[in-house]
Design a protein around this ligand. Structure first.
Ligand SMILES: Nc1ncnc2c1ncn2[C@@H]1O[C@H](COP(=O)(O)OP(=O)(O)OP(=O)(O)O)[C@@H](O)[C@H]1O
Ligand SMILES: [Mg+2]
Length: 401
């Protein structure tokens, strides 16, 4: 709000909502007042009439004074519960609405359910295979239109492609956050729809594109990867993810609170916590979705080493924009508009001169430009002048454009 100077506008919006609420509650209270007054008037008239009738009866000798007292007491006893009626009715109505809503939530079917005969996933080698996978979040707009590839056990496959191509969707499907609408996904020959979700998710480690942390300590957030890990293991994972330096600098160390969703950490720090937590989990299958996108080139380089060690002998699926991080992959898949546009090793794709080659060249151009700037700065350097600052610019294709 502050970035867009929208405080006044938001306050007005809030005011309007509060106004509607005020109107509604005034109407409620007015109707309640009318109801109560009406009741009181009717009752008072009724009481007066019966009392008068009774008094006349007493005078004529047809009623006793006892009858008079009885009628009076009975009428008052009748009136009191009647007085509550309005309120009780309202409460009952509200409670029924609440209960209906609660049952609505309870009766909602989960979209992803374990099959009745689901067995635990048995990961022997860790081969992941996508077999003509089709998927759409909304039926009108297919995102994946028949994707087939295999990540052989212990190998690394990289997925690259323009933003919105469906790369993160592939990782969500592998985790079975959604079910495919066509084709199938196999892990060591087992369809992921036929195994239990618990066992599936226990076998895959994921560094997601946008890290969300829990509002607790750093230690808690790293240990989230493997709940029974000891302090030494947590610290080792932090060291591998290059976050230990930051933690040592923080006055409270591992007990530093990260804030709501991790807002007290920088983007790169959050990402490194996410990496540490996956390192700790040490799953047989690894999915890295832009795992180092928020880091500077130097830190990225260091972490890449750690990630390579973690990925060693593990099946890994790596999604990246910065192509220099995936040149070593066993296969690179270029995804475009829900289809595999190109596939092969880095060298083969470059030789092919297609989409990948043009993406690579554009990134090379950015790097070349940076080198040139650095050279210019060196040569124009006057003896008594500081060289102009060359910051670390354009490293992602989006920025390069
Ligand atoms: N929950 C959702 N409901 C509807 N559409 C979605 C949903 N999540 C993603 N999409 C759409 O699916 C498409 C693919 O999204 P995805 O996150 O897989 O892209 P991506 O290739 O990872 O892109 P990026 O490189 O920007 O991360 C996008 O166009 C997006 O708008
Ligand atoms: Mg993505």
């Amino acid at each position: 709000m502050k970035y867009f100077g929208a405080e006044a506008r938001e306050a007005q919006r809030y005011d309007r909502s509060v106004e509607r609420y005020e109107d509604a509650s005034i109407r409620t209270y007015t109707s309640l007042a009318v109801l109560n007054t009406g009741q009181a008037v009717i009752f008072t008239l009724g009481l007066t009439a019966t009392m008068l009738m009774c008094a006349i009866g007493v005078r004529n000798g047809t009623n006793t004074v006892g009858d008079f007292v009885l009628v009076n007491a009975m009428m008052i006893q009748l009136y009191q519960p009647l007085n509550f009626m309005g309120m009780v009715y309202r409460e009952i109505k509200q409670a029924i609405i609440d209960i209906e809503k609660m049952f609505g939530v309870l009766h909602r079917e989960a979209e992803i359910k374990d099959a009745p005969d689901a067995k635990p996933l048995v990961v022997s080698a860790g081969t992941v295979r996508f077999d003509d996978v089709r998927f759409a979040y909304e039926p009108a707009r297919p995102i994946l239109k028949g994707i087939s590839f295999e990540v052989p056990a212990g190998k690394t496959v990289a997925i690259v492609g323009p933003s919105g191509a469906g790369k993160s969707t592939i990782s969500r499907l592998l985790f079975r956050l959604y079910d495919v609408s066509g084709g199938r996904i196999l892990i060591d020959g087992q369809d992921i729809r036929a195994v239990t979700q618990d066992s599936l998710r226990a076998s895959i480690g994921m560094v997601p594109q946008d890290t969300v942390l829990f509002n607790d300590t750093i230690r808690y957030n790293i240990r989230y990867g493997r709940w029974d890990a000891g302090d030494a293991e947590v610290e080792e994972a932090a060291r591998l993810a290059q976050i230990d330096h930051f933690i040592r600098m923080a006055p409270k160390g591992y007990d530093t609170q990260v804030g709501e969703r991790g807002l007290k950490l920088s983007g790169g720090e959050k990402q490194r916590v996410a990496i540490a937590r996956t390192v700790l989990k040490a799953p047989p299958i690894l999915v890295l979705d832009e795992a180092t996108s928020a880091l500077d080139t130097h830190t990225e380089h260091e972490i890449q080493g750690a990630l390579d060690r973690v990925a060693k002998n593990r099946t890994s699926l790596v999604i990246a924009h910065r192509l220099s991080t995936i040149v070593g992959a066993d296969e690179i898949i270029v995804l475009d508009q829900g289809r595999i546009a190109e596939r092969g090793t880095h060298a083969k794709l470059l030789a092919q001169g297609g989409l990948y080659a043009s993406m690579w060249n554009r990134q090379r151009e950015a790097e070349a430009a940076r080198e040139k700037l650095a050279k210019m700065a060196d040569s124009s350097e006057a003896p008594n002048r500081e060289p102009p600052l060359v910051d670390d610019p354009v490293t992602t294709p989006a920025a390069a454009e």
